[in-house]
Design a protein around this ligand. Sequence first.
Ligand code: 6CS
Length: 312
Amino acid sequence: DTWRYAFEEAIDEVQGIFAQKFKEEIEANSDHTVQLFPYGTLGESADTMEQAQAGILQFVDQSPGFTGSLIPEAQVFFVPYLLPQDTEALGEFFRTSKAINEMFPELYAEQGLELLVMFPEGEVCMTTQEPVTGPPDLNEVKFRVMTNPLLVESYKAFGATPTPLPWGEVYGALQTGIIQGQENPMFFIESTKMYEVTEVITCAGHNNFTTAVMANQDFYDGLSEDEQQMIDDAMDVAFEHIIDYQKGLHEESIEKIKAAKPEMQVNVLTEEERTPFIEAAADVEATFLEMTGESGAAILEQMKADLEAVTN
Ligand code: 6CS
């Protein structure tokens, strides 16, 4: 039979490359067919999540940027400066983390979802109209964030005026001046041509984009153990493929942006310039703990232990 799998990006963007690898593995190892639905074919991210929960879709890729409104603990990925920028350490963290591989699956299960994998999509950088060297430069800047309460808190702490919007509205809102900034990994800034509607890219090292792939729980539970294992194995293969695929992608994307728009500024903040952003992160962490109580505190503590294990 056919398994339907929706994701939040185009077929040739990171989530699409991952999904294609998964499809290839499943189709090589079984009689199942995987039908891929890239961003835009079934609505916004919130729509595909509803479809996966309802069992219309068997698989969905939704980043915690959106899932945070459904599973508050998933907002932990928006505590600034929690994740390392070192891609080796980051890959190892997602492979080995107890928080990711044991604790989060229980929380997703409460929403009718079998969490299969989480993977990184690259350092998140800001794009704005004016240069940003510290929080005062974000004052009065209406800054688009994914629809996630903690991300709103982050950008408040960074001095901006956060504006949560679904992805589909971002290009137009920047073009018409309704918003003046947004953040995303470099490959996505390039592929979606965010550089056409902003002038400056600023990398402050505050986050790395995380995404998650899950299955409808009833669908997954109804499979044989062999089929479940085949899915888990295909996810593992796709995970290693996507980590490998992203090597050098950030730098290549900067080159492409500069080729397309030579006047685009790309700034990497110095340690000193980062300091006020790092200081603001403590307030965001405190807000995360207020929002999520004991369960959030347990996740955060475990994540810190898991990160410690891969960065030392
Ligand atoms: O900013 C967003 O909404 C989108 N960014 C990425 C990198 N993937 C999907 C998501 O919808």
